[in-house]
Design a binder for this molecule. Structure first.
Ligand code: PAF
Length: 292
C-alpha cells in the first residue's frame, strides 16, 4: 500500500507487512540483495549514513520506521519519543528515492499481543543497558527478529552508538540461524561531538551544547586508560559527573568488546570499550568509545 498523503515523494511506503512482502517477492531475483535499516523514526544524519551505506552495497534498501513499545521500560520515554512520518519520508527521499519504507502499526507487528519473546543472549543482556532497562533487550530481540522475518534482508545495518544492541542482534541472528549479515556502522556526531540520537531533539539548545561533556569525558577516559586501571578511570569519570549540576551519570563501564564483561584487569590481547549513560533533564543519552 502506497501512502496517499506522502506520495509527493512518490516513494513506496507500506503500512502492512503482507503488502510489503508481496512487493519484495515481486522485485527479488535469485541474486539480488536487500539491505535493511531498522529505525524508530525521528531520523537524523546517523540514520541517513546507514541508508547510504545500504544503498551502495545492495540492489534495494528497506527502511522500517516503528517505535517499538516492547523495548521501552519507561512509559514516559515511549510517550515522548518523537514521531513525524512525513518528515522522515522526506529525509529518506533525500538519500535515495528508490528506498522502500515500511511504517507498520503496532497491530501489524504484534497482531493483538504486544509482548516480548524471552531471549537468552548468553548474558550480554544483563550488563549495562540491560541492568538499567529491564526487558529492553527482549523487546529489541523480538522486533528485530520479527522485522527480519518480514523483510528477509541480505544485510542489515546498525549504528555502533548502541554497541550493546549491535552485539545482541549479532547473537540473536547467530542463535536463530538467521541468514542475515549484521553490519555495524560508525557513530555519527554533531559538531560538538555529541553522538547523534533521536532523543537529542528533546534537548534545549543549551543542554545540547553542554552535552559535549559526554564525549569529552570519554576521550579523556581513553587517554587515562593507557596508563591507569579501569577501576581508577571509572572512579575519575564518576567524580567528573558529580561536579556537574545538569548531567547525572547512570553508569560508566569499561568492558570487553565481545563479552561486555567489566574489565577488572587489563589483558593486552583483548579489545576494550568504554560505555556511558547519562541523564539530562530526564532525557537519557548513551555513548561509547573504543579504547585500544
Ligand atoms: O536502534 C533502534 O532504533 C531500535 O532499537 C531498533 C533496532 C530499530 C529496534 O526497534
Amino acid at each position: 500500500m502506497f501512502a496517499p498523503n506522502l506520495n509527493k515523494t512518490a516513494m513506496p511506503v507500506f503500512y502492512e507487512k503482507v503488502a510489503l512482502m508481496d512487493y519484495l517477492s515481486s522485485i527479488k531475483t535469485t541474486n539480488s540483495t536487500i539491505g535493511f535499516v531498522p529505525t524508530m523514526g525521528a531520523l537524523h544524519e546517523g540514520h541517513q549514513s546507514l541508508m547510504r551505506q545500504s544503498t551502495t552495497e545492495n540492489d534495494r534498501t528497506v527502511v522500517s520506521i516503528f517505535v517499538n513499545p516492547t523495548q521501552f521500560n519507561n512509559p514516559e520515554d515511549l510517550a515522548k519519543y518523537p514521531r513525524n512520518l512525513e518528515e522522515d519520508v522526506s529525509k529518506i527521499s533525500n538519500v535515495n528515492s528508490n528506498i522502500i519504507i515500511y511504517a507498520p502499526s503496532v497491530d501489524d507487528i504484534y497482531e493483538g499481543k504486544t509482548l516480548s519473546q524471552s531471549f537468552d543472549f548468553d548474558g550480554l543482556e544483563n550488563k549495562m543497558e540491560g541492568k538499567f532497562r529491564p526487558g529492553h533487550f527482549d523487546g529489541v530481540g523480538t522486533i528485530v527478529k520479527r522485522l527480519f522475518e518480514i523483510v528477509n534482508p541480505t544485510n542489515a545495518y546498525f549504528g555502533e552508538k548502541d554497541f550493546q544492541q549491535l552485539q545482541i542482534v549479532k547473537k540473536m541472528t547467530e542463535k536463530n540461524n538467521l541468514n542475515v549479515n549484521i553490519i555495524g556502522c560508525p557513530i555519527y556526531r554533531e559538531t560538538n561531538h555529541l553522538a547523534m540520537s533521536s532523543r537529542n531533539e528533546r534537548l534545549t539548545l543549551q543542554e545540547r551544547e553542554e552535552a559535549a561533556i559526554i564525549y569529552k569525558t570519554l576521550e579523556a577516559a581513553k587517554t587515562k586508560f593507557n596508563s591507569e586501571s579501569a577501576a581508577k578511570v571509572t572512579e575519575w569519570v564518576k567524580k567528573e559527573f558529580e561536579r556537574s549540576d545538569s548531567f547525572t551519570l547512570e553508569y560508566f563501564e569499561i568492558a570487553d568488546e565481545t563479552t561486555l564483561s567489566t574489565c577488572l584487569k587489563k589483558n593486552k590481547n583483548k579489545k576494550y570499550r568504554a560505555f556511558i549513560a547519562v541523564f539530562v533533564n530526564n532525557i537519557r543519552l548513551i555513548d561509547t568509545i573504543s579504547l585500544n
